[in-house]
Design a protein around this ligand. Structure first.
Ligand code: NAD
Ligand code: LMR
Length: 329
């Protein structure tokens, strides 16, 4: 029996990078047939239809069916994984409130359509920015669906952090573990190196051998570089991250579904862990067990780490207030 996966914004850049990997088995496994539903707005339909034609031309053995629609009720019908990628980017002259209002107009109806039409066990991953607050809006609109079925992507930030640390220490990225992201998928995020290990050793011990002042390196180099990596990619490539965002989305959904042995990062609906206000969609260190994200609890946080997390959480609170004042969430 094929699994139905719905991708919104499927005619866009990340959609194009995601579709072929999903059809090749990179999301569900190389023995799991998949049915793809591509949701676009009318302006994006041609691009999505073209991608659907190319999918057919790849003759992927696992791909059972592709359907393109601009109707959320059709696109989310029976879906087991919803990847919400399509979002309204900030345009010239747009204020933050305009962006939140535009995205409220996308993610609230999509949340309702998912609640009304998706499979009962659906899991929803939000990629479109501002990802945390878009997930909050969709979850609030999805009457009857447990909030824990929604999460937003911060795995790209974690992958970036692991890659940048590996580069700084001249080690393979596969040797870097436990480097979770806290807070918002934004410049306020906190990549937390305090529990990280490199080749089985504490990363902080290795960093102390390399740098005279590790705190200064974290504050001035590592954390800003991770948090601003999206902007750095935009300035170098001329457009925002695409293949790395798609790859992190696959990592996120695959781990959520199949489980993790170790920690990773995901923005999940807070139940008050670490004092984060209930209901905010906040990134935490998590593991996936039996198809659910579990926040890793009981970690000690220095006052320096706490201040960074608090600043990112304050930004999420402000975003929630802004969308509430617009009637969403
Ligand atoms: P893009 O502009 O190439 O594609 C977006 C697509 O979404 C377009 O084809 C557009 O027609 C479609 N769309 C807009 N509104 C829609 C709606 N209501 N329903 C269905 N489709 C809709 O953008 P992209 O490069 O693919 O990026 C998509 C989003 O992902 C952006 O918001 C971007 O900022 C975000 N992003 C997030 C992360 C992350 O780590 N969370 C990383 C990279 C990019
Ligand atoms: C990213 O992190 O690459 C995306 O969120 C795009 C951006 O605007 O930074």
């Amino acid at each position: 029996m094929a699994t139905t996966v719905t991708i919104t914004g499927a005619g866009g850049q990340i959609g194009y990078a995601l579709l072929f990997r999903i059809a090749a088995g990179d999301l569900l496994g190389n023995d799991k047939p998949v049915r793809l539903r591509l949701l676009e707005i009318p302006e994006g339909m041609k691009a999505a239809e073209g991608a659907a034609m190319e999918l057919q031309d790849c003759a992927f053995p696992l791909l059972e069916h592709v359907e393109v629609s601009d109707d959320p009720a059709v696109a989310f019908d029976g879906c087991e994984h919803a990847l919400l990628v399509g979002a309204r980017p900030r345009g010239p002259g747009m204020e933050r409130a305009d962006l939140l209002a535009a995205n409220g107009g996308i993610f609230a109806p999509q949340g309702r359509a998912i609640a009304g039409h998706a499979a009962s066990g659906v899991r929803i991953t939000v990629v479109g920015n501002p990802a945390n607050t878009n997930a909050l809006i969709a979850a609030a609109a999805a009457d009857g669906l447990p909030a824990e079925r929604f999460s937003a992507l911060t795995r790209l930030d974690e992958n970036r952090a692991r890659g940048l640390l590996a580069d700084a220490l001249h080690v393979p990225v596969g040797s870097v573990h436990r480097l979770p992201i806290w807070g918002n998928h934004s410049a306020t995020q906190y990549p937390d190196i305090s529990h990280a290990t490199v080749g089985g050793r504490r990363a902080l011990d290795i960093l102390r051998e390399r740098f005279d002042d590790v705190r200064h390196w974290l504050d001035q180099t590592f954390i800003p570089r991770v948090a601003q990596r999206g902007a750095e990619i935009i300035s170098v490539r001329g457009s925002s991250s695409v293949a790395s965002a798609a790859s992190a989305t696959l990592d996120h959904v695959r781990d959520w579904t199949t489980g993790t042995r170790d920690w990773t990062s995901a923005a999940v609906v807070s139940r008050g862990e670490y004092g984060v206000p209930e209901g905010l969609v906040c990134s935490f260190p998590v593991r996936a067990v039996d198809g659910r994200w579990e926040v890793i609890e009981g970690l000690e946080l220095s006052s320096w780490a706490r201040a960074r997390i608090d600043a990112s959480v304050a930004e999420l609170v402000a975003e929630r207030e802004a969308v509430r004042s617009l009637g969403f969430a």
